[in-house]
Structure formats: structure tokens, C-alpha cells
Design a binder for this molecule. Structure first.
Ligand code: ZN
Length: 303
């Protein structure tokens, strides 16, 4: 078919527009555009081989992250030295032996210089004797932690205070569904989330303690004594500045099932984005849990 010069021009413009759309979209999905994340695991008294793939899937499903995993040797950590500086965020799913001094120093430098850190559940049990790590996580549990590790964070008269009273650092009652309450609706991670929602069956960490410096508590849960809890309103989600870097600490996520809570997954992805960029674009899904109804994502079983 012969095309007049005007029709031809029109077709060329049309073709250019279409290819811009197509290539524009594929460019958005280009790995170079994504936030680079490194999940660190390899030692944990929790099922890290089952939970790391869930964390990875949650992030990858947003299309915003490119995720690698660095797995330490099973006991000795000799030679374990991930290249932290290649990443915008380190997600710790690690609760194990001390890393080599050089690795620890690199890790400190990485966060000090603006790197992001996300601490998931038992990662806050790790490194009880590493002062800088404890500053990063704010508060932690077990590993001999007690009043010498620093205060508890307690809610008194509507304010979070440091409680230096004596006692163990870290405990939990039996696993159950529990309400999470937002304590900072203005923070980008929490913005537009409901004020309370029901989290799926999980371990509710209580009595965590540590340096507790500059900790902003984003959400809490009541550790019900009837379930073996402390009877206190406990910090569940926190952010902590460290040098130029940012830390997001979630105490939640004992098991793959707990991580499949839509609340956990959404906030984990939002927190990971925030420590990397200072902004949050990960949307809040319509099936976010409500006051009386839990909600879970479907990720193929990793067991
Ligand atoms: Zn646990």
C-alpha cells in the first residue's frame, strides 16, 4: 500500500510513541534502576533457609529491588566478607558468631557513610558484645543482655522513655495473633497505614534492651501476661539513625508464616526502601490486615 507523506509521518510518530512506551517500561524494570539489597544469613537459631527466600520474594515482588544473598559459613565466619558497599541496603537475617574484625569495621563504615540496614526479628539477638551493632539496632535481646546492655524502652504517659531498672534483655511468651498499633503516622514508612491492625501468629518480643539512642518507635504491641508477655506496651517497629545511615528494625517475623502477614510484608518492603532512599513508594495493598482480621500473602512454600 502506498502511503502519502502525511500518513507516513503519522505512522512514524505513532511507532516512536509506541516504542518509547515499550522501551520506557522495560527500562523501568532494568536491574540498574532497582535498589540493590543484600540479605545476610547463614547462622541463626531460626529457620533462615526458609525465611530468606520469603524476604527475597517480598522485596522482588514489588519490582523495586534487586536482591542478592550472602550466606556465611555455618560455624566459623573466617573469610566471610561481603562487599557491603555494592548495596543500598543490607537486610540482616543473621544471628550467629561474630564476624571477622575487618568485616565488622567495613560494615560500620558502610552504615556510617549512608548505607541502609534492616534488622529482622532474631537479627536483634546477634552480636551482644559488639557496641556499634547495638547502637545500630537500638535494643536487642538474649545473648546475656541485661541492664549493663542499656535501658528498656517503655511507654509512660504517652511518651517513650528509657527505663534503666535491672532485668533480663529479651523474652517472649507463646506465639499468637496480636494487634500492632502505629505510633507515628507521619513517618514515611507508616503514612496511610491503619492505626491498628491484627498481625498473624508470631513471637512478640518483649523486654529488649540496649543503648536505645535516638530510637524512633514506629509501632508497638501489648505483651499480654496471659500469653506469657511482659505486661508492657513493647516496641515492635523502630528506626534509628547511625552516622549518615538509616536503620529499620522490625522485631516481627519469627517464621515464614509470620513473614507472610500482609502487614509484615508491606512494612518490611517500605522500611527497606526508606533506609535506601529516604522515601517510600511501595503501596499499601487493599488486603492490608484490619483491626479484627489477619491477612496473608501467597508466596509458594519454601520448605
Ligand atoms: Zn523467634
Amino acid at each position: 500500500m502506498f502511503l502519502g507523506i502525511f500518513e507516513l509521518k503519522r505512522w512514524i510518530i505513532f511507532a516512536v510513541l509506541i516504542s518509547a512506551l515499550v522501551f520506557g517500561n522495560s527500562y523501568d524494570l532494568n536491574a540498574e534502576e532497582k535498589i540493590r539489597v543484600l540479605i545476610v544469613d547463614g547462622q541463626n537459631n531460626h529457620a533462615w533457609k526458609a525465611t530468606t527466600p520469603v524476604l527475597k520474594s517480598i522485596l522482588e515482588n514489588t519490582q523495586k529491588f534487586q536482591v542478592d544473598v550472602a550466606t556465611s559459613p555455618p560455624k566459623d565466619t573466617k573469610g566471610f566478607h561481603p562487599e557491603f558497599s555494592k548495596y543500598a541496603v543490607i537486610v540482616s537475617n543473621y544471628n550467629g558468631n561474630e564476624w571477622p574484625t575487618e568485616t565488622k569495621n567495613d560494615f560500620i563504615k558502610y552504615i556510617e557513610n549512608g548505607g541502609g540496614l534492616v534488622v529482622v526479628h532474631a537479627a536483634d539477638n546477634s552480636f551482644p558484645k559488639w557496641p556499634e551493632y547495638n547502637k545500630m539496632i537500638g535494643i536487642g535481646g538474649w545473648g546475656g543482655r541485661n541492664e549493663k546492655s542499656g535501658p528498656y524502652i517503655r511507654l509512660r504517659d504517652g511518651k517513650f522513655i528509657q527505663d534503666t531498672s535491672k532485668g533480663r534483655g529479651g523474652s517472649h511468651g507463646q506465639q499468637h495473633d496480636f494487634l500492632i498499633e502505629s505510633r507515628n503516622s507521619e513517618h514515611p514508612i507508616m503514612k496511610d497505614l491503619p492505626s491498628k491492625w491484627l498481625h498473624v501468629k508470631d513471637e512478640l518480643y518483649d523486654r529488649l534492651r540496649g543503648p536505645a539512642e535516638n530510637v524512633t518507635v514506629l509501632a508497638t504491641a501489648f505483651a499480654d501476661p496471659k500469653k506469657g508477655g511482659s505486661g508492657e506496651i513493647e516496641p515492635m517497629l523502630m528506626v534509628i539513625p547511625y552516622g549518615k545511615g538509616k536503620v529499620f528494625h522490625t522485631t516481627l517475623g519469627h517464621s515464614p508464616e509470620a513473614m507472610k502477614c500482609v502487614g509484615f510484608a508491606t512494612i518490611f518492603a517500605r522500611g527497606t526502601e526508606w533506609v535506601a532512599t529516604g522515601k517510600v513508594t511501595v503501596p499499601i495493598p487493599s488486603n492490608f490486615p484490619t483491626l479484627d482480621k489477619t491477612s496473608t500473602i501467597s508466596i509458594p512454600s519454601t520448605k
